[in-house]
Design a protein around this ligand. Structure first.
Ligand code: F6P
Length: 341
């Protein structure tokens, strides 16, 4: 059997660990051959197929990024996209695919699966917002990076007695903001799921100053004020219909400064959260996802994705994840309100 592997969407730490795991088990235990499709669905459309053997995956476990490249190409938005993907697979005698991606890439996978493409999905994203799995790999690393940044910002904020606003990633969901904010001892945590009241934020900031501490405000890029809109970097839509976010941190610092008459600065963590070596947990989860994905291929359990449920890896239908994002539960967010202000 020949299996193609692709990584699509925004990259995240742990992608290479999945590729390595899939190839190692597939070759050693099942005698499969592998190829890689370059740059996500783009390679499938354009026929960019590269060899992928044991030697190619040696040493990649701790490496961030993806040796296969990635893109936000949506094959369903291209003329004859389904046909072109099928032609590429046929031309290279690829029997099945392992598709490693987030909500968008896996959504396209689900559609292609309906059109008869044999594939198994593996959920990834630093945002942790894929429905159907308790966690995605990449998230733990991103939270670790954001937490370390918040720890560092505490000391400089206190030296100058100013507010530091930390903008983290999270388009539709505030998982990174919530986890890193709690772990880093933030005084205000703002998530997309809960539009915020700027007067309340400023009240929390003032209260923090009154106790002679410098406020740390952690905000997800997709958070928005109750009265107002998400702040966009760019209105152009990608092939999945997403705009580019970022700017809410800067907006908040200006508002806090003006309304409280105190100094405020912003740090935007951006792609630092996606780069570099994966945490031990993400290597573990990515490796397990890879092993189970190749088992699914062997068993012919197509149209599914691997998922973490408790400590078990299970398979769930790709339909479960399609078109939805996993949001922060309001009651979970409220658990931490005692730390605000
Ligand atoms: O992959 C998810 C994500 O990191 C989001 O949190 C963020 O909004 C987006 O990707 C940024 O994408 P890009 O790499 O295209 O700037």
């Amino acid at each position: 059997m020949k299996v193609g592997v692709l990584t699509g969407g925004g990259d995240c730490p742990g992608l290479n660990a999945v590729i390595r795991s899939v190839v190692r088990k597939g070759v050693q235990e099942y005698g499969f051959d592998f190829v890689g499709l370059r740059d996500g669905w783009l390679g499938a459309l354009q026929g960019q197929v590269v060899p992928l053997g044991i030697a190619d995956v040696r040493g990649i476990l701790p490496r961030g990024g993806t040796i296969l490249g990635s893109s936000r190409t949506n094959p369903l938005k291209h003329e004859d996209g389904v046909l072109r993907v099928r032609d590429t697979l046929a031309a290279h005698e690829v029997d099945a695919l392992v598709v490693i991606g987030g909500e968008d890439t896996l959504g396209a996978a689900e559609e292609l699966s309906r059109h008869g493409v044999k594939l198994v999905g593996v959920p990834k994203t630093i945002d942790n917002d894929v429905v159907g799995t308790d966690s995605t790999f990449g998230f733990d690393t991103a939270v670790g990076i954001a937490t370390e940044a918040i720890d560092r910002l505490h000391t400089t904020a206190e030296s100058h007695m100013r507010t530091l606003v930390v903008e983290v990633m999270g388009r539709h969901s505030g998982w990174i903001a919530l986890h890193a904010g709690v772990a880093g001892g933030a005084n205000v945590i703002l998530v997309p799921e809960r539009p915020f009241d700027i007067d309340q934020v400023c009240a929390w900031v003032r209260s923090r100053f009154r106790t002679h501490y410098a406020p740390i405000v952690v905000v997800a890029e997709g958070a928005k004020p109750k009265e107002g809109q998400m702040v966009l970097k760019d209105r152009t839509l990608d092939e999945y219909g997403h705009v580019r976010l970022s700017g809410i941190g800067e907006w908040l610092a200006q508002e806090i400064s003006q309304r409280t008459g105190s100094d405020a600065r912003t740090t935007v963590l951006g792609h630092v959260q996606r780069g570099g070596t994966p945490s031990a947990f993400d290597r573990w989860l990515a490796t397990r996802f890879g092993l189970h994905a190749v088992d699914a291929v062997k068993k012919g359990d197509f149209g599914t994705m691997t998922a973490l449920r408790g400590t078990e890896i299970v398979r769930v239908p790709l339909t479960e994840a399609r078109g939805r994002t996993k949001q922060v539960d309001p009651s979970l967010y409220d658990e931490f309100s005692v730390f605000f202000g």
